[in-house]
Design a protein around this ligand. Sequence first.
Ligand code: V47
Length: 359
Amino acid sequence: MMVEPTDPALIEISRKVHSGVRLEAADGEALYATRDLHALGSLADLVRRRRHGGRTFYIVNRHINYTNRCVLACLFCGFRRSPGDADAIEMSLQDVAAVAESAAQAGAREVHVTGGLHPKWKIDRYEQMLAAIRQSAPAIHIKAFTAVEIAHIARLSGLSVAEVLGRLAAAGLGSMPGGGAEIFDERVHAKAFRHKIGAEDWFEVHRVAHGMALRSNATMLYGHVETPAQRVAHMIRLRELQDRTHGFQAFVPLSFVPGSSPLSHLPGPTGLDDIRTVAVSRLMLDNFDHIKTFWVMHTLKLSQLALHFGADDVDGTVVRYEIVHAAEGGEVTVEQLRRTILECGLEPVERDSFYRPVA
Ligand code: V47
């Protein structure tokens, strides 16, 4: 049942959503500003149900973060280590292969492989990593390497993005995660992650990937130094590329965890901000099929709410996640994920890496 808006600013927006008219930046900003949370959630849920009914997706997967060494020093990141640090990690090819093999034995369909920007490794090292996974777990889907890693591999190897993606796809890359987008705004980029590739390069990698029929996701890291207007502008830029390529599968809003990052003095987003961001993204990104509530950051408890505010995907079993040490910790079982979804009155659907239901 629809909740009628009490906030006059939502009345026209509500009309647009009901008749399928695309929202503009000002609408997104009004949705961020409203105190009428029920109407916001109700509109996002309407869009979610139009697309998916009660179907709610999860995947049996495993995240592998192969190194925390990184040439960058993004202010929001507590994961990176410098070469001399005692807790710098570099997983060997055998280690990566062994994790993939044990994931496959435990029923995983996908490994999500990503890491820091290693100062030395060139493309052959990444090809070997993919080949090692292929060999130890032949049936597993390899979703790997953010646009930031791809651009870095291209630069260190003296290759174009298309050449890198072509070679990695030939070695077993199946799709790409959405990381590294952060916030596209140039002022935020200059303040918080100056040396990382900017929006143009991030989009270029995804454009080339989509041109080669590689599907990818898109993220937004929110709750640090950006404004709501900059978040909405970020979503609109994603929507523009999606109009042209239709290569994005899911939007993944990543809730900033201050933890041990250089921005640890910031409070991080509140639960309300998390929920709002899920809902606004569902409403703004009218050409994205899926909105993911990444439970590692949202927690399973908040993810239940997010599933009523526009999200239709909870990622998966994850097992180990090194990039942030969030409250929820590492692994959840399939049973826990299904119970989380069922308790919401929704239907859990185990999916493969392309959102096809698996029996
Ligand atoms: O790009 C870094 C983020 C991203 C912090 O595509 C942080 O399905 C919160 O992209 N607090 C990598 N976030 C992870 C990622 C991802 C995760 C889950 C699913 C998918 C997908 C993609 O992690 C980085 C950065 O934006 N990050 N530090 C932090 N302190």
